[in-house]
Design a protein around this ligand. Structure first.
Ligand SMILES: Nc1ncnc2c1ncn2[C@@H]1O[C@H](COP(=O)(O)O)[C@@H](OP(=O)(O)O)[C@H]1O
Ligand SMILES: [Mg+2]
Ligand SMILES: [Mg+2]
Ligand SMILES: [Mg+2]
Length: 384
């Protein structure tokens, strides 16, 4: 099954009684009753939610009227749009404003290189206007409009290499650019590393319905903001503003009840390998294919029970593609590991060193899932 926006809009049986039942604890009460170690991320969490929400507003505006000229190709042939750059500039600007005075380091996907080339002036001007309009819409920052140079500098604030020492923000300004361009799912993914560990993650998913996948209808509201702080659990709220509700992964230990997520793009993850693993495990449902870390968000609230990702040989995963998503799932009670069950190590710079791929699930399914994965990998190797 492919979950794009169009198919999401046409489903009928809606059963999400109160979209946001009265929360048992709000983010505020939760943070005030938390342990001293996680208390220290209160300010960072508020800043991250604000930054990702504002960037989501910019992306939504662009996605509604995306022009062919808004989409460029990077050196590796992957797409990048004015919204990727604009989102990165907005997140960088908001974090600096909200956390001014603190040392600032950010590892982000985009850089200003191509925008400084001759012939990129029109694109840069479009980004500058988008960024300034978005910042002005917040009414909270009394700054004069940013110049083109200031926008380029904000984008380049994301040039850190990360690593095991100190704090580093990790940003994917649009994860799932291909989905974004297609009009489907994407996410703004922002995480904080502290001494090499992910301690906070925020995922803004503007096109993800608030109701669970498969049960929403055309009237369902879309736009979810997931947030997680280490030791505090995972919360979901509407991007339009609502009280956060705590979410948990699907607890099933029965593969027949479990559905699994994978990339929409077959070039990003082997669909054949996932299907062999699902068969071995006894999963009955067809794969749910969605772009971006929206998969981690959906998994954290129990829409499915498994996420499988097996990039083709030679591809190296980047930390910004998994940092926010992984803490959103682990704080909701799930497990995220490589295909051998090793935890992901975000302390090695921009890249993740992995065995074969990434897998996320709940505590009960993980042991048999890892076995099915290894059996499928061995079978594939023997058939070559
Ligand atoms: N050949 C490849 N194999 C695996 N992942 C890839 C890939 N090419 C690009 N990607 C990554 O897949 C991400 C999208 O994930 P998904 O497949 O879950 O939608 C992209 O993020 P961006 O869109 O931020 O560039 C990109 O980093
Ligand atoms: Mg990209
Ligand atoms: Mg990405
Ligand atoms: Mg991206």
């Amino acid at each position: 099954m492919y979950i794009g926006l169009s198919s999401l809009r046409t489903r009928t049986h809606f059963v999400f009684p109160t979209l946001f039942p009265k929360p048992k604890s709000s983010i505020f009460s939760l943070l005030t009753s938390s342990t001293s170690s996680s208390m220290s991320y209160h300010k960072e969490l508020a800043a991250a939610k604000k930054a990702a929400s504002l960037a989501a507003r910019l992306c939504q505006k662009v996605q509604k009227s995306l022009l062919q000229s808004d989409v460029q190709s990077k050196l590796d042939k992957s797409p990048v749009t004015v919204a990727d750059y604009g989102s990165q500039a907005v997140v960088s600007f908001v974090l600096e404003q909200e956390l001014s005075g603190d040392p600032f380091s950010m590892v982000a996907e985009e850089d200003s290189g191509d925008l400084r080339n001759d012939g990129a002036q029109d694109t840069l001007e479009r980004i500058r206007v988008l960024v300034n309009d978005t910042i002005a819409s917040e009414n909270a920052y009394s700054v004069s409009p940013l110049s083109a140079e200031a926008v380029l500098a904000a984008i380049d604030n994301g040039r850190s290499e990360g690593g095991p020492v100190g704090q580093h923000w990790v940003l994917d300004p649009i994860d799932g650019t291909k989905g974004f361009v297609r009009g489907d799912q994407y996410a703004i993914a922002l995480a904080l590393l502290d001494q090499g560990r992910v301690v906070l993650g925020v995922l803004a998913c503007p096109n993800l319905p608030l109701a669970p996948l498969g049960v929403q209808n055309s009237a369902s509201q879309t736009g979810c903001l997931f947030s997680a702080v280490i030791g505090e659990g995972t919360f979901m709220e509407s991007l339009d503003g609502s009280s956060p509700v705590k979410v948990n992964v699907n607890p099933t230990g029965n593969p027949e009840e479990a559905s699994f997520f994978e990339s929409y793009e077959a070039a990003h993850s082997s669909h054949d390998l996932s299907s062999s693993i699902a068969n071995k495990l006894g999963v009955k449902a067809p794969p749910v294919r969605i772009d971006s870390q929206a998969k981690y968000g959906a998994l954290s609230r129990g829409d499915g029970a498994i996420y499988l990702r097996f990039p083709h040989a030679g591809y190296r995963e980047k930390i910004w593609d998994h940092a926010a998503g992984s803490i959103v799932v682990t704080e909701a009670g799930g497990i995220v590991s490589d295909a051998a069950g090793n935890p992901l190590d975000f302390s090695k710079g921009k890249y993740l060193d992995l065995y074969k791929g990434i897998v996320a699930s709940n505590q009960k399914l993980m042991p048999s899932l890892l076995k099915a994965i290894q059996d499928s990998i061995d079978e594939k190797a023997a058939s070559l």
